[in-house]
Each structure stands twice: as C-alpha cells, then as structure tokens.
Ligand binder design. Structure first.
Ligand SMILES: Cc1cc2nc3c(=O)[nH]c(=O)nc-3n(C[C@H](O)[C@H](O)[C@H](O)COP(=O)(O)O)c2cc1C
Length: 411
C-alpha cells in the first residue's frame, strides 16, 4: 500500500469515526440505561415480594393469635361480640394478604403457608360451628386449641421460609455484584447466577456461598430447624451495649431450635434498633411486630402468649425495676406478669459492669428475682465484671449460655 493510499484510509477512518462517534456513544448510553432499568425493575419486584411476604407473615401470625385467644375465651365461657368482631377483622386481613401473596410469592415459599392455611381454615370453620351451637362430633374449644398448638411447627416453618426467601432474592435481584454483598447477609446465603465478581466479593468478606437457582425455591435441606416446636419464646431486649446483636445472637438461633419468637424492647432499645434497621429485620424474621409500646385497650394483642421469657441483655435499670415491681413500659409489664404466673420460666442476663454491681441495692434486686424463680445468667464464669468503660470493646454477649439456660428452663 502506497503512502498516499494509507493516508487516504486514515483520513476516511477519521471521518467515519467523527461521524459515527455520537451514534456509538448514544447506543452505549441506551444499552446502559436499559441495563440500569432492568436492575431497577428487578429491585422493585423484589421489594414488592418482600412486602407481600412480610404482610402475609404478619397477618397469618395475627390470625393464629386471634383464633387462639378466641378459643381460650370460648373455653372459659367469656366469648363476646367484640371478640367476634376482632376475629372477623383478622380473618379478612389474613384472607386478603394470603390472596395477594399467592399472586406474587414464589410457589416454593408458599408451600409452608399453604399447609398452615389448611389448619387455620379448619380450626376457623370448627370455631364458627361451635359458636353457632352446631359443633361436629369431637369439636370443642379445647380440642381446637390442641389442633392449633400442633400447627405451631408449620407456623415456625412459614416464618423461616419467608424470612429466607427474600434474602435469596435480595442477592440475585441486586444484580449479583459486590455491592449486593455489602448488605448484611448471613454467611450461608446464596447467590445466582454466580459471577466471578460475586465470588471475589464474597471471598473478600469471608462469606461462604452456596449456589442455587431461584426456580429451585428455598433449599429445604438448609433448614436449621428441629422438627418439633418448643412454643413461644418472649425475647425482651433493653438499652445496653450488645443489644444490636439480639437478632444474630439469640433470635435466629432460637428460631432454629424450633421456638416461635416474639420480640419486645424497652422504649430506649426500640429507638436504638429502629435507628439501625434491626427492628425491621427482627420483624421480617419473626413475622411478628416488635413491641416497644403498650397496645391501646381496644387493640388486639399483637403477640401470642409466651411460654417462656428471656431478658437479654438486661440493663441495671431494667433489673432494678423488675425486682421492685415497676412496670412502666411494655417490656417490663410482660415480664413482671410472667414472674407471678405459674409455669412461665423467666431467664435474665444482666449486662452490667462492676459499678452497677456495687450499688447498695443490687444484691437485694438479684435476691428478689431469684426468690421469684428467675434464672439469672450471671457470675464471673459467664460475664466477668469490669469497671465502667474498661471492659474489652469487642466483648460478645454470652448468647450460648443464655440460650442453653433458656432451653433447660423451658424443657
Ligand atoms: C451506648 C450506651 C451503652 C449502655 N450500656 C449499658 C450497659 O451495658 N448496661 C447498663 O446497665 N446500662 C447501659 N447503658 C445505660 C442504659 O441505656 C440506661 O440506663 C437506660 O435508661 C436503660 O433503659 P432501659 O432499661 O429502659 O432499656 C448504656 C447507655 C448507652 C447510651
């Protein structure tokens, strides 16, 4: 090729480049916008699904509680029109949320809810027959309470499968990139499709990944759950260091052991956990509202009746109030009542320092709680006391001891 031809080719390429540069730039921008739009759309779908999961979870738990309360009242002969009206509201809300979720929630996640729905619908129908004075043979309030109790594992399974479902989707719909992994994700959770970027980001965060396709549904074999339900565990958190680990340290392991968990916080702890997003996460996980205020007298009880309470971490302030019978917030009201209720174990972990323990009233408070049958997770072996602001900064709360104590007390 002569120098003249080479110069001409260079000139033509230059002219074409100049002519087509805006076209190419606009094409690239359009593709980027389309890709961003798709990610945004997937995010929106994920949010819709999550909202449907959460609403249905909450409505199911609430309807379950209303049925239980109604049956207790029927059994005791004090079932009133108000109870009927409350149950009807819960029934309607449950039906709406269930219908909505059926349209939007993946089938595999709905499986656990469907099984529970069969039980709830059956109990509800029998309750109405009893209420009308036309029960079938063997249909009594006591029998229906037993049927509901037998369905507790299904309720737990539903909460867990719903709690897991959105997390799987959170990763996959967030575009499966490193940014998605910067969200707080339990280490065992899972992405697909798994790109090299995901693996690199996961390795950097020491997150172990397992891969699955969303079409497989939740991985049932991953369920860290014992088959039998232990009942309802009332978890109470107060405003101390470490309360931010309540979910990972206590609530998740308790759910895995088969408890249904209902969380209540002191008003200050409620403010703290609302501010750092933990309160929302606890609600999604447990399928129940986190309580930090008392209900209005006309409102239904948002939690099922607890079979056992664990207060962890308990501030020095909370311990003093509980021991002296002060019940000026929801977290104290519940546990104060449990102290006087036969057959409801109470476990308390005082998260205190050496100065709190030297307060002249402290030993008296512990004595009062012990006499009331409280199981204290306390002593140098589980929580050595340090002077204020001198304890190790990264000290974890003794969750294993707290959980073990709870299991022993409740069994
Ligand atoms: C950051 C921070 C950490 C605290 N840690 C503790 C603690 O470990 N133990 C404790 O008894 N009080 C602790 N307190 C003090 C309590 O929050 C305070 O006594 C409060 O009134 C307790 O309220 P509650 O018992 O209603 O949750 C802490 C306060 C702050 C601001």
């Amino acid at each position: 090729m002569s120098a003249a031809i080479a110069a001409m080719v260079t000139a033509v390429v230059g002219v074409l480049g100049t002519l087509f540069a805006p076209v190419i730039t606009s094409w690239v921008t359009k593709r980027q916008r389309t890709a961003e739009g798709q990610v945004e759309e997937r995010r929106r779908l994920f949010e819709d699904r999550r909202t449907a999961y959460t609403s249905m979870n909450r409505a199911t738990g609430h309807f379950h509680t209303l049925l239980k309360d109604a049956l207790h009242r029927m059994r005791d002969g004090v079932y009133t029109d108000d109870d009927r009206a409350q149950l009807e509201d819960g029934r309607r809300d449950y039906r709406d949320r269930y219908a909505e979720a059926q349209m939007i929630v993946p089938d595999a996640v709905l499986a656990a809810s469907r099984e529970l729905n069969v039980v709830l619908a059956g109990v509800d129908a029998a309750l109405k027959r009893i209420d009308r004075g036309l029960p079938r043979e063997g249909e009594t309030a006591v029998q229906l309470l037993l049927d509901l109790k037998a369905a507790d594992p299904r309720l737990g399974a539903m909460h867990r499968s719903h709690a897991r479902g959105p997390r799987h989707h959170r990763l996959s719909t967030a575009g499966c990139d490193g940014a998605a992994l910067s969200a707080p994700v339990p280490s065992r959770y899972v992405v697909t499709p798994c790109t090299r970027r995901v693996r690199t980001a996961a390795a950097r965060r020491r997150t172990s990944l397992m891969y699955y396709r969303p079409s497989d549904g939740p991985r049932q074999e991953e369920e860290p759950v014992s088959a039998d339900s232990r009942g309802v565990l009332g978890v109470v958190g107060t405003a101390t260091d470490g309360v931010e680990t309540l979910r990972t340290g206590l609530v998740e392991p308790a759910l895995a052991l088969g408890w249904q968990v209902a969380v209540t916080l002191t008003p200050t702890a409620g403010r703290w956990l609302r501010a750092n997003g933990e309160l929302d996460r606890l609600e999604s996980l447990t399928g129940l509202p986190v309580r930090d205020t008392p209900r209005l007298p006309a409102e239904p009880r948002p939690h099922p009746v607890a079979d056992c309470y664990v207060v962890a971490p308990a501030s020095a302030n909370y311990v003093a109030k509980l021991a002296t019978g002060i019940a000026d917030n929801q977290a104290l009201t519940q546990v104060s009542e449990a102290l006087g209720t036969v057959g409801v174990p109470v476990v308390v972990f005082p998260r205190i320092n050496a100065a709190h323990a030297r307060h002249p009233a402290w030993e008296g408070h512990l004595g009062a709680l012990r006499r009331a049958g409280v199981s204290l997770v306390y002593g140098a072996d589980v929580w050595p006391l340090h002077e204020p602001r001198q304890g190790p900064a990264d000290r974890e709360l003794p969750w294993a001891a707290i959980l073990a104590n709870t299991a022993v007390r409740a069994d």
